[in-house]
Write a protein that binds this ligand. Structure first.
Ligand SMILES: Nc1ncnc2c1ncn2[C@@H]1O[C@H](COP(=O)(O)OP(=O)(O)OP(=O)(O)O)[C@@H](O)[C@H]1O
Ligand SMILES: [Mg+2]
Length: 297
């Protein structure tokens, strides 16, 4: 079998079009700019909640600096995305099963940003995804904090960008900065906003409207309020227990809100088949890389 090093990116991309997984897969990228606002907790619990709705869900830990989904879900994977990137393991060997049967691709702490991966490493990722035979309904991508090239690329390659925001000026300005760069430089025009850690009586609407006001004034974008997760101590307790709060505290306010969000996400339009399968997601990741390399040359 050819190793990624033996195959050029172009060859890989062409090969992808012949791949087996032709079902449309919704790729939901969870981001937000600011650190510590709940991106990872929301990604993991959304994956579990969608799985509980009967969907086949995969969760990709794309925080290449401080991957921690495995810790959050109490998993002890033997391998990670780093082994896939290096070509040492196939994706199938790295994927582990998490709560409610979700499939988890453990992240690779300490891996450099996507932008710094070598062409061979990139080809390794594409090759790995192209070999994936599992049928999926949704891929949820948890991104790192910040606006790094890797984060932007995962957002532009996905079908839906979910922006987590909480009621702090820094979170709002960071979310705005992210939306601005994605809309002006990466062609993303629709964003699903998740208001997190809202306080009593707060359905997050007020916070959503704050963000809406600034974006409407300066940017050509559509913002939808996808849902609101209240501040809830049980989120913290579930983190201590290394379990998702939707299963360990199913009647908590946060769990009810998350389940509503999952129902809503489930109703979002399916990507068109040809553009929606998993290989195209990875192909878009790579194409974005190539376009940028050409622009910089
Ligand atoms: N709705 C909530 N109620 C209470 N605590 C919350 C809520 N959402 C998140 N938290 C807490 O906020 C902290 C940060 O959450 P999380 O790690 O998911 O954020 P993050 O945005 O992924 O951070 P990073 O940018 O470092 O990756 C955790 O300790 C978590 O328990
Ligand atoms: Mg995180």
């Amino acid at each position: 079998m050819l190793t990624p090093e033996h195959m050029g990116i172009a060859g890989q991309a062409a090969g992808l079009r012949r791949m087996r997984n032709t079902r449309p897969v919704k790729v939901l990228t969870v981001t937000g700019g600011k650190g510590g606002i709940g991106k990872t907790n929301i990604s993991a619990n959304l994956a579990v909640a969608m799985s509980m709705l009967g969907r086949r869900v995969m969760l990709l830990d794309a925080d290449l600096g401080l991957a921690n989904i495995d810790v959050l879900l109490g998993l002890q994977p033997s391998h990670s995305l780093a082994d896939v990137v290096s070509g040492a393991r196939r994706l199938e060997e790295v994927i582990v099963t998490g709560p409610a049967g979700i499939r988890v691709i453990p992240g690779a702490s300490g891996l450099s940003d996507m932008a710094k991966l070598t062409p061979a490493q990139h080809a390794g990722i594409v090759h790995a995804f192209s070999e994936l035979t599992e049928d999926l309904d949704a891929l949820i991508v948890d991104t790192a904090a910040g606006l790094s090239e890797g984060v932007l690329r995962f957002c532009e390659a996905g079908n839906e960008v979910l922006v987590v925001v909480c009621d702090e000026p820094t979170s709002i300005t960071d979310a705005y900065a992210l939306i601005k760069v994605l809309s002006t430089e990466r062609g993303v025009s629709r964003f699903r906003i998740i208001t997190n850690m809202t306080h009593q009586g707060g359905d997050g609407r007020h916070l959503f409207e704050k963000l809406l006001r600034v974006t409407e004034r300066f940017l050509q974008v559509t913002l939808d309020h996808a849902g609101s997760i209240p501040y809830d101590d049980r989120v913290w307790r579930a983190v201590q227990l290394q379990t998702p709060f939707v299963t360990s505290f199913p009647t908590s306010l946060a769990a009810s809100a998350l389940k509503k969000l999952a129902l809503r996400a489930d109703s979002w339009e399916e990507p068109r088949a040809a553009r929606g399968n998993i290989e195209f997601f990875v192909e878009r990741l790579i194409r974005a890389q190539q376009a940028r390399e050409i622009a910089q040359a």
